[in-house]
Design a protein around this ligand. Structure first.
Ligand code: NAG
Ligand code: NAG
Ligand code: NAG
Ligand code: NAG
Length: 685
């Protein structure tokens, strides 16, 4: 009857009922002014956070402890020990501090004294000290939620629940876990996680049960710990204060009680309103600077990665552009003869100026070294994309197949946008003009000169008649005749060479060449073998006389070599025209043949020029040069050019539009301009 009355009273008197001395029963659905928190005795670090509605047992103060006891003791009553019972349900949260060692834990305590301030500060959970530990006079029963493993108290791990009777050596302990009724198995639980944990402690019939579960779970049907305890033996006075105890020591953590319900009997135990419990404050994330900076760091890394990729991409594009080549399907068949721009770039050390062998209107020549071939010469020619490049490359490649001992071997080519590179063997001796016109090299002897002329004549003859196609060199001159180490002559520089089948002509080809070596009919009739013969004639004269076809420095009568040689002949002394550096050491008969042949070859009448086969016969004295006088028509006539510098390379428009003005590409930029190109008929007319 009294029981049911109390039940009724509990329903009508909200929350808390102190019906009698013996029936201590209370509930804290959070700790704030709605509840009579002044019924709690707090000491040490323990405090009630009204704003958070939390009972905080410890904070991050080291070597601290906190106690919270219900002010009135739990009176067992005078009845037999068997009838003593109590039941409690509380929710706690142990919040670790990121980055620091956290731990120790809390204990639910029944203690004869509510003043435990004399307890050891380290590792005692605020319960006992060295002198009281293990002493029956301590009168303490505790259920510890221990998050530090103490060797001294033989803890099983750093996440366990234990029952302590007057000692921190637990009489019973187990790793924190709970029985899941749904899964029908034990599940472990991390105490020091910051998550709220429900704890039920029941004592009845001398059996103490301890049960744990996460916040949202129902009370598990099986307790974690179940231990027979004689409560009246521990508390002979039959009364004890109930509450919580915790300490920090060296391991710190925020430890909270969120809600607490206690009753003498499990039946009367008020349920905690779980949804009304306060929330647990976490340590602000920014306490870990590395974590706070993480997004920034990631952004920075991403940025760096992007920059790196951009740089790599840029380098890739730059290299691609730097080494870019033009390659077309038809070039496949020339595969072996095609060089990569990269290899040539490297061979010439980036077309280093120190390795530059020469510079002309059609390009620059660089010395280089290829691993397998040794020294090479690379000529860079600029070309316009549309200008018959297919044919040109085909010719270049065919040139590679030409076989003559006095041809500078053409090794291959490379194409880029607007640029064509020809690779040939490097000739150690340099070019003939260096010996003939300049004093930087020793003068060639007559026997060396005639040998060179004979070799080049034979080479040109081969090009005109010996190859499968007619090959027109179109730029025969001293600077294009190369010498090897033994000063033997090689015809080189096919930068302007043209091919055509035997029996056809190339009248529609643009007139190209170097002034002084260009036959007058070039502008009207275009390139032919005869124009090569003309240039070879001029070459013969310059090698023999040791001067350029046109030399503005000289007296007017000597200025035009062709004219002057003819003059000398008319004056009865042809050998007067010879290079003075020979100092009279020459074979007069040979000189005479060469000079006369030179004049015949430079005749302005193409038909009166010999062909190269005949030239070879005459120059080798295999055949006698036909007699002719210096008054022979077309002989000794100079193509007068008004210009500042003799070596000027010009390109005429195709003869189909012969009236259009010639375009000029001077060999050096500061040259005076080309004014006109006229043919002046000499005295022989
Ligand atoms: C231990 O605690 C008891 C009371 O709880 C106190 O009287 C005693 O002085 C303490 N001893 C030490 C060493 O702190
Ligand atoms: C303790 O648990 C056992 C089963 O393990 C149960 O029989 C007993 O009733 C429980 N006692 C209390 C007080 O919960
Ligand atoms: C509990 O301890 C008290 C006092 O030591 C004793 O009288 C009582 O018989 C004990 N009860 C049980 C069940 O052992
Ligand atoms: C539990 O608390 C919530 C929120 O405060 C409230 O709405 C609800 O009525 C309470 N439930 C009980 C059974 O008191």
């Amino acid at each position: 009857m009294a029981q049911s009355f109390h039940l009724l009273l509990l329903f009508f008197v909200n929350l808390i009922c102190f019906s009698s001395q013996q029936d201590l029963s209370f509930v804290f659905d959070g700790f704030d002014h709605q509840y009579p928190t002044d019924n709690l005795y707090l000491d040490g670090l323990a405090r009630i956070q009204n704003s958070d509605r939390l009972l905080q047992l410890t904070d991050v103060t080291t070597m601290g402890m906190g106690h919270a006891f219900f002010k009135r003791p739990f009176d067992f009553g005078s009845v037999s020990s068997q009838s003593v019972s109590f039941s409690t349900h509380f929710v706690c949260a142990l919040v670790p501090k990121p980055g620091v060692p956290s731990g120790h834990g809390i204990a639910f305590v029944l203690s004869s004294s509510r003043d435990l301030r004399e307890a050891d500060q380290v590792g005692s959970l605020g319960l006992l000290n060295r002198s009281t530990d293990g002493s029956p006079s301590s009168h303490i029963l505790a259920v510890e939620l221990d998050t530090a493993q103490s060797a001294e108290f033989e803890d099983i791990d750093n996440n366990h629940v234990g029952i302590d009777v007057n000692s921190l050596h637990s009489v019973e302990s187990a790793s924190a876990s709970y029985y899941s009724d749904i899964k029908r198995k034990k599940k472990s639980l991390k105490l020091l996680s910051g998550d709220p944990i429900q704890v039920w402690i029941g004592y009845k019939d001398s059996l103490l049960n301890v049960t744990l579960a996460p916040l949202r779970n129902q009370k598990p049907s099986k307790p974690l710990l179940s231990r027979s305890i004689n409560l009246t033996e521990i508390f002979p006075d039959r009364k004890a204060f109930v509450g919580f105890s915790a300490s920090t020591g060296t391991l710190i953590s925020n430890q909270y009680i969120l809600g607490w319900s206690f009753s003498r009997s499990g039946v009367l135990l008020r349920r905690l309103n779980i949804s009304n419990l306060p929330t647990v404050p976490r340590f602000p994330k920014k306490t870990s600077p590395s974590l706070a900076l993480l997004p920034l760091l990631i952004a920075l890394l991403v940025l760096l990665a992007l920059i790196g990729m951009a740089v790599l991409g840029g380098v890739y594009l730059y290299r691609r552009k730097k080494y870019a080549e033009v390659k077309e399907p038809w070039e496949k068949e020339y595969g072996p003869l095609r060089y990569s721009y990269k290899s040539l770039y490297k061979a010439t050390r980036g077309f280093n100026r120190d390795g530059r062998l020469g510079k002309g209107g059609f390009g620059e020549v660089y010395k280089g070294t290829l691993p397998l071939l040794g020294d090479i010469a690379v000529k860079r020619l600029s070309h316009d994309a549309e200008q018959g490049i297919t044919q040109f490359v085909a010719e270049v490649v065919t040139m590679g197949s030409l076989q003559h001992k006095n041809l500078v071997p053409l090794l291959g080519y490379c194409r880029r946008k607007g640029e064509l590179l020809l690779v040939s063997k490097y000739m150690e001796g340099g070019s003939v003009d260096q010996y003939v016109f300049h004093d930087d090299k020793p003068a060639l002897s007559w026997s060396q000169r005639i040998a060179i002329l004979r070799d080049i004549a034979s080479t040109l003859c081969y090009l005109h008649t010996g190859a499968t196609q007619v090959v027109l060199h179109r730029d025969i001159k001293a600077s294009n005749v190369m010498l090897n180490r033994n000063l033997q002559g090689f015809l080189g520089d096919f930068g302007m060479a043209r091919f055509h089948d035997h029996g056809t002509n190339l009248s529609a080809t643009a007139a190209v060449g170097t002034i002084g070596y260009m036959a007058p009919e070039l502008t009207s009739n275009g390139t032919s073998t005869k124009t090569d013969v003309y240039a070879f004639g001029a070459f013969m004269l310059e090698v023999t006389c040791g001067r350029r076809p046109f030399d503005p420095e000289m007296a007017v009568e000597k200025r035009h070599l062709v004219k002057w040689v003819c003059e000398c002949w008319k004056n009865g002394s042809l050998v007067d025209a010879i290079d003075t550096r020979l100092r009279g050491k020459f074979v007069p008969e040979e000189v005479e043949i060469v000079l006369k042949l030179g004049l015949r070859c430079t005749s302005i009448v193409p038909e009166s020029r010999p062909n190269m086969e005949q030239v070879v016969q005459y120059i080798n004295s295999h055949q006698k040069l036909p007699e002719f006088s210096p008054k022979f028509p077309g002989i000794g006539v100079s193509t007068q050019v008004l210009m500042g510098v003799p070596s000027l390379e010009i390109t005429f428009s195709p003869v189909t539009s012969s009236v259009s003005p010639p375009s000029v590409s001077p060999s050096s930029a500061d040259n005076s301009t080309f004014i006109s190109h006229t043919i002046i008929y000499g005295d022989g007319r």
